[in-house]
Design a protein around this ligand. Structure first.
Ligand SMILES: Nc1nc2c(ncn2[C@@H]2O[C@H](COP(=O)(O)OP(=O)(O)OP(=O)(O)O)[C@@H](O)[C@H]2O)c(=O)[nH]1
Ligand SMILES: [Mg+2]
Length: 416
């Protein structure tokens, strides 16, 4: 898998599972399969850089009695990449420090946790980090070796035992790996074998060697674990998304069925009422035009037209109640005009008024009239705000599913 494809794949997954960004970054490092990485962690001035120099057998990293290492620096030596990280002291730490520490955490296969013996027991921050490192060991198989550094600064073995006991009470069963970089350097330079042995550095080198031999297996385990976890998370996500999509579609279908049924029922009901009313009428006076002399008089024609108008209004009100109950409350924005009183679905479909029997018959008592109403109200139902929101939700869920499926295909590439 090329670097570009890997980057795209990680991006596809991270866009669906943003909480997995760190795991994906780690996966990309694992897939690279470069030399094993050993990093130091611990508070500043506890002798981390000095220890690395002794382990490497050369002065690869800067040492000072001030706060020295502020950035991640690395050195590849005998097939191992050694990373020197800044001390973890939040009060003096900068953004660069935090990024360096994150990078150290991400890149390391093995961590050396360095604690200066003269400090006595671990402080709260060190304890917290050690606990996190241990949890990470349980999860990913990455190991941490605890190193009690600068032991030459303790008065005697009794003092060393005292510190050791205090730390053991904090982290029961912890292996101390007591070392002195100063003794190691002196032993080397003076050719003093005993001092070399007593520095603890050769024993730590041996322990480290054993851990390095485990790295290929640990990496394979970690890769399988991360791929498996992400794969499973995506599977659950896809299933949940599919369930909500099914539910949304089902809701939409159910709402449409209810609307169709209620609309058909109210049209049938008002059509029946109007039919009965029309059949009960006698002579049709409405079609007799009023003359000028009738201007201020109540005529049979005027009464008839008023009667028809009231029946029509009543039918409209009944239909409108059903429409409102289904969220059909206004015209879509592109159809609205400045005349607010005309911006209603009822007026758009039915018109403003009806005065003659033949118009009522055409609208309510003929099948084609009823079908037109059903069709046109349904059109506005589909365009109602509720239905548009539901359709948008369905479309969003569909694209979320597409993204999750793409991410599932991408994580399989990391597993391959
Ligand atoms: N006595 C004694 N001093 C040591 C030992 N190791 C380191 N030192 C001294 O402790 C100081 C800090 O050492 P570094 O190795 O720079 O410590 P560090 O943890 O890398 O410090 P930062 O990079 O600032 O986080 C230096 O003055 C070292 O000479 C040791 O084993 N014994
Ligand atoms: Mg340093």
């Amino acid at each position: 898998m090329s670097n570009k494809i890997r980057e795209q794949a990680a991006h596809d997954i991270a866009s669906v599972l943003p909480g997995r960004i760190h795991d994906l970054a780690r996966l990309r490092i694992l897939i690279d399969d470069s030399e094993p990485v050993v990093t130091v962690v611990g508070k500043y001035n506890h002798g981390k850089s000095s220890l690395l120099n002794e382990l490497l057998g050369r002065d690869a990293f800067a040492v000072s009695d001030r706060r020295e290492t502020v950035r991640l620096s690395d050195s590849v030596h005998q097939g191992v990449r050694w990373l020197d990280a800044p001390g973890l002291d939040a009060d003096v730490g900068t953004q660069d420090d935090r990024e360096a520490l994150r990078a150290a955490w991400l890149n390391s296969d093995i961590r050396l946790f360095v604690h200066a013996a003269k400090e006595g027991e671990l402080d709260a921050k060190e304890l917290k980090l050690l606990t996190e490192l241990d949890a990470d060991r349980v999860r990913t198989g990455r190991r941490t070796l605890f190193v009690l550094s600068q032991v030459d600064q303790l008065a005697d073995d009794a003092a060393l035992r005292k510190v050791g006991d205090a730390i053991d009470r904090q982290m029961p069963g912890i292996v101390l790996n007591a070392v002195s970089s100063v003794r190691h350097r002196k032993g080397l330079e003076g050719g003093k074998k005993l001092l070399l042995e007593k520095s603890g550095v050769p024993a730590l080198q041996a322990a480290l060697h054993a851990e390095l031999a485990r790295v290929p297996n640990a990496r394979a385990h970690e890769t399988a674990l991360l791929v498996g976890e992400i794969h499973e998370e995506l599977r659950l996500l896809c299933a949940a998304q599919q369930t909500s999509l099914d539910l949304l579609r089902c809701t939409r279908q159910q709402q449409k069925r209810d609307f169709d049924r209620d609309l058909a029922a109210v049209i049938e009901k008002v059509a029946g009422d109007i039919d009965t009313m029309l059949n009960g009428l006698g002579t049709d006076h409405a079609i007799v035009p009023d003359s000028a002399k009738d201007a201020y008089m109540i005529t049979a024609g005027k009464l008839e037209r008023a009667h028809i108008q009231i029946a029509y209004s009543r039918a409209c009100i009944e239909i409108d109640a059903v429409l409102t109950g289904h969220g059909v409350v206004g015209l879509p924005s592109e159809q609205r005009t400045a005349a607010n009183s005309l911006n209603s679905v009822m007026i758009a479909v039915m018109g403003v008024s009806v005065k003659f029997r033949k118009d009522l018959r055409r609208m309510f008592c003929e099948a084609s009239g009823r079908e037109r109403m059903q069709r046109e109200f349904t059109h506005y139902y589909e365009l109602s705000a509720d239905q548009k929101a539901l359709a948008a939700q369905i479309a969003d869920t569909e694209s979320a599913i597409a993204a999750s499926e793409k991410a599932s295909a991408a994580i399989r590439m990391f597993g391959a």
